[in-house]
Design a protein around this ligand. Structure first.
Ligand SMILES: [Zn+2]
Length: 434
C-alpha cells in the first residue's frame, strides 16, 4: 500500500493520496480487470467460416427471400440511425447546456426543491425527455414491422408494451437514482467508490431478478408440453452436462412472428426460453439445433461472464464519471457546481450516452464471438450440421434478417454472426467431421 502511495505521489497526484488520486488508481485497476476478463473469458478465436462458403450459402438462398429481407432492413435503417443521432443530440443538449439542470429544478420545485425530489423526479424527467424524442422513430419502426407482417400486436399492444417498459425503467431508475444520491450525501468525498460498488451490485442483482421479475411483465412463460421433443431436449441437456429443470415457452406470438430462443438468469433463476413461434414453425431437429446453441451459452457460463464484465464496466463508468465530471469546463457548460449534485444528472446521462455509442462496436464484437462459440457447441453436441443450416435459413426467412448485411453496419451493431457466416461454419464443421 505504501509503494502504491509513493507511486501516486510520483505520478503528481498529490503527497497524501487524495480521493481523486485513489479514483484514478481504481479506474486503472478496473480497466485492467475489464480487459483481462475480456481477454481470458471471450473466445477470440472463432471457428472457421470461410468466405467462399459464405458466398456459396448466399447463392443457395432463394433470391426473392434475400431481396425482401434487404428491402425490410433498408426500410428500418434511416429511422434507426436517426433515432441514434437525435438521442445523442438531445442527451448532449440536456448535459452540456443548462437545459437539463433547469428541467431537474422544475421537477423538484413542487416539493420545495427537496434533494430527493430533484434526484428521483428530476432524474426520471431527464430520462423521459431523452426517451420521448425518439418515440416517433420507435413508432415508425413498428409501422415498418407491421407492413412487413413481422409485428402481430397492433398499435394497442405496442402502446401497452411501451407503457410497461416505461414503468419498469421508472422503478429501476428510481431505485438507482435514490441509492446513488443518498450515497453522494453520506460520503461526499468517497461517493465514487461506494457508487462503483453499488453499480456493480445492481448489475448482478438485475441479471439475477430480470427473468423472474421483469420478463413476466411482457410475456407469459409456460413449461414445454410433455412429448417426444421435450424428452429429447431434456436428454440433450443431460448429455451435455447442463441439466435444466425445464424448457420454458414464451408467448412471443402476441407481438411478433419472429422466432428466437435465449438463456437468462443466474443460478436458481437460470432458464432456457424458446418462442412459441419457434415450436410452431420449425422442425423438431431445428428446435434441437436452437436449444443446443442455448445450452452452449449455459455451459460456457455466458450469462455470468456477461454479468461480470457488465458489473466491472458499470463500476469503471461511475469512477470515470467522477473524474471526467469534475472537469470545470464541463460543469460550466451544464451550469452546475459539481457533478455530484442531482442537478448535474443531465451531464451524467450525456457522458453515459456517448460512452455507450463509443463502446457499442466492442460489445457487438464480443457478442458475435460468444454466439459463434455457442454455434460451434450446437454443431458438436447435435452432430447435425444439416438441421443447423436449415434452422439458419428458417431464422433468416421468418425474421427477415439480411443474410449478408453491409459490413459497416455489421461491425457497428451485429450481435450475432450473419446467416451466411453461420451456415459457412456449419459446412466447415461438416467437412471436418467428414
Ligand atoms: Zn445465442
Amino acid at each position: 500500500m505504501r509503494s502504491l502511495r509513493r507511486w501516486v505521489a510520483r505520478a503528481g497526484l498529490g503527497g497524501a493520496v487524495s480521493p481523486r488520486g485513489w479514483a484514478l488508481l481504481t479506474l486503472a485497476g478496473l480497466g485492467v480487470a475489464v480487459v483481462l476478463a475480456a481477454l481470458l473469458l471471450i473466445p477470440w478465436n472463432r471457428p472457421p467460416a470461410p468466405r467462399a462458403d459464405q458466398l456459396a450459402a448466399l447463392r443457395d438462398l432463394p433470391a426473392d427471400q434475400v431481396e425482401r429481407a434487404r428491402q425490410f432492413r433498408s426500410a428500418l435503417r434511416p429511422g434507426g440511425w436517426a433515432a441514434l443521432g437525435v438521442g445523442l443530440l438531445v442527451a448532449l443538449a440536456l448535459g452540456l447546456t443548462p437545459l437539463g439542470s433547469r428541467l431537474i429544478e422544475l421537477a423538484g420545485r413542487p416539493f420545495g426543491s427537496h434533494w430527493i425530489a430533484q434526484a428521483v423526479l428530476g432524474g426520471l424527467a431527464v430520462v423521459l425527455v431523452a426517451d420521448l424524442v425518439t418515440l416517433p422513430f420507435a413508432a415508425w419502426r413498428h409501422s415498418v414491422l407491421t407492413r412487413y407482417g413481422l409485428a402481430t400486436n397492433g398499435w394497442g399492444g405496442w402502446s401497452v408494451d411501451l407503457l410497461k417498459s416505461y414503468a419498469v425503467s421508472a422503478v429501476i431508475g428510481a431505485v438507482a437514482l435514490l441509492g446513488f444520491y443518498t450515497v453522494v450525501r453520506l460520503a461526499p468525498r468517497w461517493w465514487w467508490a461506494f457508487g462503483a460498488a453499488g453499480a456493480a451490485t445492481l448489475v448482478v442483482v438485475l441479471s439475477f431478478v430480470l427473468p423472474v421479475l421483469v420478463e413476466p411483465v411482457f410475456n407469459r412463460f409456460s413449461p414445454m408440453q410433455p412429448g417426444p421433443l421435450r424428452t429429447q431436449l431434456m436428454e440433450l441437456a443431460e448429455r451435455d452436462g447442463v441439466p435444466v429443470r425445464d424448457v420454458l415457452v414464451a408467448d412471443a406470438s402476441r407481438r411478433t412472428r419472429a422466432v428466437n430462443a435465449y438463456v437468462s438468469g443466474l443460478g436458481p433463476t437460470r432458464r432456457v426460453v424458446v418462442y412459441d413461434n419457434l415450436l410452431r414453425e420449425a422442425t423438431p431437429a431445428e428446435v434441437t439445433a436452437v436449444v443446443a446453441h442455448e445450452l452452449g451459452h449455459a455451459k460456457d457460463r455466458d450469462v455470468p461472464v456477461g454479468t461480470l464484465t457488465g458489473a466491472l464496466g458499470a463500476a469503471a463508468a461511475v469512477v470515470g464519471l467522477y473524474l471526467i465530471g469534475s472537469w470545470p469546463p464541463l460543469l460550466r457548460l451544464a451550469g452546475v457546481d459539481s457533478v455530484a449534485q442531482p442537478r448535474a444528472f443531465g451531464l451524467l446521462l450525456a457522458l453515459v450516452t456517448v460512452t455507450g455509442l463509443v463502446f457499442a462496436p466492442v460489445q457487438a464484437l464480443m457478442s458475435r464471438r460468444v454466439e459463434a462459440r455457442a454455434d460451434a457447441h450446437a454443431l458438436a453436441l447435435t452432430g447435425d450440421p444439416v438441421a443447423f443450416e436449415s434452422m439458419q435459413r428458417r431464422l433468416s426467412a421468418i425474421n427477415l434478417a439480411d443474410p449478408d448485411p453491409p459490413r459497416w453496419e455489421y461491425l457497428y451493431s451485429a450481435s450475432h454472426p450473419s446467416t451466411v457466416e453461420r451456415i459457412a461454419a456449419a459446412r466447415a464443421y461438416a467437412r471436418r467431421a467428414g
